[in-house]
Design a protein. Structure first.
Length: 153
């Protein structure tokens, strides 16, 4: 019997990403013990559990456009509050959470809840005006710089 639901999809995706990390490590081009992660929206939904699973191998992460609450514009079946909150509490690596103040999919209160849930003592939130799909000049460069500066030897 095939399991269905967001939690099982997250588990499958996490297993795939961990297998990909191992395969990349075997090429000697990727150090599986020094990982960084950038994922927004769906990339946060899948990435937060992955980051928690990586444990000490995760050196830093950028998440965003996501939260512990979702609007009614998204199907109720996508709600994974307990799973995400539990995973967030296990993440201790430095992280940056990017929040769009006018996000119509993930309310601001849920983003604040997610920020508070992260176990990292080294966490930063960037707050921008605008809707979920909005981007601002320089944001992507900020995310990349955040990760790159923490992965340098």
């Amino acid at each position: 019997m095939i399991e269905v639901g967001v939690a099982s999809v997250i588990e499958t995706m996490m297993a795939d990403w961990l297998a990909a990390l191992e395969a990349a490590h075997e090429t000697a081009r990727v150090d599986r013990n020094r990982c960084g992660y950038i994922g927004l929206s769906l990339g946060s939904r899948f990435g937060i559990p992955l980051a928690a699973e990586l444990g000490q191998r995760l050196r830093c992460a950028v998440f965003g456009k996501f939260g512990l609450e979702q609007s009614t514009r998204l199907p109720e079946e996508l709600a994974t509050t307990e799973l995400i909150e539990g995973a967030a509490r296990r993440i201790e690596a430095p992280l940056l959470l990017h929040v769009q103040r006018g996000d119509e999919l993930f309310p601001f209160s849920g983003a604040l809840g997610l920020f508070d849930a992260f176990g990292s003592p080294d966490k930063v939130m960037t707050l921008r005006p605008g809707a979920h799909a909005d981007s601002h000049a320089g944001d992507e460069e900020t995310w990349i710089d955040f990760v790159a500066s923490r992965l340098r030897p």
